[in-house]
Design a protein around this ligand. Structure first.
Ligand SMILES: NC(=O)c1ccc[n+]([C@@H]2O[C@H](COP(=O)([O-])OP(=O)(O)OC[C@H]3O[C@@H](n4cnc5c(N)ncnc54)[C@H](OP(=O)(O)O)[C@@H]3O)[C@@H](O)[C@H]2O)c1
Length: 264
């Protein structure tokens, strides 16, 4: 189904988790493309500094604090954004964490990761859907990861949260289409951000947040459901996930042993 592409004149863009990394870079890229961008995260001082850096761009950035794990916060921040800056036409649900874990299955890290990457994303999704559904227009994109395509060693919390986020998007796409809302899935490979800088694992084809942001913003302007990059990594991982389990575990295990990967 082809739904109208949202333009800067249709309303504001809202980005969660925009105080660093991919969210920060997408905010600046959208401001460069003429959008008014409302950015949220927990660190308001960081957000305000990013907003100042948009001075002189064709669009502008406005900062509001918003913790995706706070049950009431997403609805409240959306109400503020819409009353002050206008209707949200484009929402990029990007907030995410990849905490270090202790032991085979660190349940504390697992719960924290699911709370931000999955339940937090679903909170933002539910709140923005409530605004867009009566208008029967809007564009929502959720940032998952290529790490959600299939089980990877050491990624029990992060991988599960991203696999579930992908599934959530696939599931909601049918209802969103019927309501005139465009739902998109963003699956990046490795991007050089504070999240990945703490990790000591091989990161093939890693790219800068600015390059990732350009690809994401280009993806927003195209019709496809999934925006995934770099293509060679995403197609490789998609192909590997089509293998029968014995071949899949052999191949991934061999690659992990070769690279010394312990945790993502
Ligand atoms: N970097 C990669 O290689 C890569 C690859 C695929 C997907 N991703 C995904 O891209 C997204 C952004 O990650 P990044 O790499 O840009 O990492 P990052 O620089 O660490 O950014 C994470 C953002 O999430 C925000 N955040 C964390 N907890 C939050 C909470 N409870 N409420 C609201 N915001 C919260 C952080 O802001 P505050 O701390 O100020 O709240 C920060 O702005 C994540 O969903 C990540 O899984 C990253």
């Amino acid at each position: 189904m082809t739904l109208p592409r949202m333009q800067p004149g249709d309303g504001v863009a809202w980005i969660t988790g925009a105080s660093s990394g991919i969210g920060e870079a997408v905010a600046l890229e959208l401001a460069l493309r003429g959008w008014t961008v409302a950015i949220t995260a927990r660190r308001l001082d960081q957000l305000e500094e990013i907003a100042r850096r948009a001075d002189g761009l064709p669009g502008r950035i406005v900062a509001h604090a918003g913790d995706v794990t706070d049950p009431g916060a997403m609805k409240a921040v959306i109400e503020t954004i819409e009353s002050v800056h206008g209707p949200i036409a484009l929402a990029f649900l990007n907030a995410g964490i990849a905490p270090d874990s202790n032991g085979l299955l660190d349940i504390e890290a697992f719960e924290r990761t699911i709370a931000v990457n999955l339940v937090g994303a679903a909170r933002g999704l539910a709140a923005v859907l409530d605004c867009m559904a009566p208008r029967r227009r809007g564009h929502i994109a959720l940032n998952a990861s290529i790490a959600g395509y299939g089980g990877l060693p050491g990624a029990s919390a992060y991988g599960v949260s991203k696999a579930a986020a992908i599934h959530l998007c696939e599931t909601l796409k049918f209802d969103c289409d019927r309501r005139g809302i465009r739902l998109q899935l963003v699956n990046p490979g490795w991007v050089d951000t504070p999240l990945t800088r703490r990790k000591d694992v091989p990161m093939p084809f890693i790219m800068s947040p600015q390059e990732a942001a350009r690809r994401i913003a280009d993806g927003f302007e195209q019709a496809g459901f999934e925006v995934s990059f770099p293509r060679r990594l995403s197609w490789l991982m998609k192909a590997i996930n089509l293998l029968p389990y014995p071949a899949y575990f052999w191949l991934i295990g061999k690659a992990a042993r070769r690279s010394g990967t312990k945790a993502i």
